[in-house]
Design a protein around this ligand. Structure first.
Ligand code: SF4
Ligand code: SF4
Length: 373
């Protein structure tokens, strides 16, 4: 398999304010281009795009291509299940929604200390092994968002996992909170295949500070900025797939241009990235990856990641320019959605945030920043 996977969580939309409104015609063109270039791996999940991503798999892929010509991964988030019967019910529905009779890769979603505990209580690991034995899943594994000590525990409880999906990117590589490198090394010690998620950190590494961009362009003028991040992840030994949540044909064309015949970064480029990390570090105020898990859970429909993105944008741009369009954009969004200050502090978003962000207090900062000045 070619090493670039199409993440179906940031598909193009017909309405930018409604994640459920996938632009099917545009997405079809993207799928056709992707498949036409020999790429085959698609990654979805139960709650992506307000529960519409798996339906899109059927419309875009399984109804248009032979089953053996593509590889499909989806996930079970146990926060949606209270019993083994719920696991079965959701799994059956996922097969129907995706229009397939089996999944190539199936993940227990978003493992961390809390989710791991719940998986054990529900018997989710045994449940998934049974699905594999029945031929309903070909490879089993989990996505992971916690420290390396917790990863050791999960792998000890679930040694049958064929693969592990990790958040790996050059900015989180030595991060104490995300522990990209330590988690990668742990998975390698256990001889697991590694799938990389968030190589561009939700788009954060697609738009780096000017100083970093100049440095990168001075060494590789023809490379796009996000390509550095994907090349970094794809070049790591043991990595079998790097997922990219592509939102446009242009993004896809750029990714395919260097992933079609992939060459890992050389020493010069790796040295540049070390300098880029030093430039970027400390400038991204809120390390949100725009995965949108939180907005799916929010009872008052606060577009949390959009507000965090505007807040970050303002922080970064203000360094050089003194004014940005973020406040105006924030005002426009609050015409459609609840504002950051309308958070009722229920905590549902924090329970599901894979980056373990203190969303309630961050939203209070955002509200102070955008609503009071
Ligand atoms: S704590 Fe606030 S932002 Fe989070 S889910 Fe509840 S209302 Fe929404
Ligand atoms: S706040 Fe957390 S859950 Fe919400 S989009 Fe950002 S990283 Fe994802």
């Amino acid at each position: 398999m070619k090493k670039l996977g199409f993440g179906l969580m940031r598909l193009p939309l017909t309405d930018p304010n409604d994640e459920a409104k996938i632009d099917i015609e545009q997405a079809k063109k993207m799928v056709d281009l992707f498949m036409g270039k020999g790429f085959t791996y698609f990654d979805t999940a139960w709650m992506y795009h307000e529960y519409k991503s798996e339906d899109a798999v059927k419309t875009l892929i399984s109804s248009r291509y032979p089953r053996e010509s593509f590889c499909l991964a989806t996930k079970m988030h146990v926060d949606f299940a209270d019993s083994p019967e719920d696991l079965d019910r959701i799994f059956k529905r996922q097969l129907e929604k995706c229009g397939v009779e089996y999944f190539d890769y199936y993940l227990l979603h978003d493992q961390n200390t809390r989710i791991f505990k719940k998986c054990r209580e529900l018997g989710a690991f045994e449940w998934l092994k049974e699905k594999k034995a029945l031929g309903l899943v070909r490879k089993i594994g989990f996505s992971f968002h916690d420290g390396a000590d917790v990863l050791e525990e999960v792998l000890a409880a679930f040694p049958e996992a064929d693969f592990v999906q990790l958040q790996i990117n050059y900015i989180d590589w030595d991060s104490e909170a995300i522990q990209s490198r330590l988690n990668y090394e742990t998975a390698r010690r256990h001889s697991k295949e590694i799938i990389v998620m968030e190589p561009v950190k939700g788009g954060t590494l697609a738009s780096v500070p000017d100083e970093a961009e100049h440095l990168m362009r001075s060494v590789q003028p023809g490379w796009s900025i996000p390509s550095w991040a994907i090349r970094f992840a794809a070049g790591l030994p043991g990595v079998i797939m790097v997922l990219s949540g592509m939102s446009s044909l242009a993004q896809m064309e750029d990714n395919l241009s260097y992933m079609e015949h992939f060459h890992p970064l050389g020493q010069t480029e790796r040295d540049v990235l070390r300098r880029v990390v030093r430039i970027i570090s400390g400038r991204t105020v809120i390390p949100c990856t725009s995965c949108a898990y939180c907005t799916t859970m929010c009872p008052v429909h606060i577009p949390i990641f959009k507000y965090f993105s505007l807040y970050n944008q303002d922080s970064r741009e203000l360094e050089g320019k003194g004014d940005t369009s973020a406040k105006e954009n924030y005002g426009e969004l609050t015409q459609v959605f609840a504002g950051a200050g309308e958070c009722i502090r229920c905590g549902a978003c924090e329970r599901i945030c894979p980056q373990l962000l203190p969303i309630r207090s961050l939203l209070a900062d955002v509200a102070d920043y955008f609503e009071k000045s």
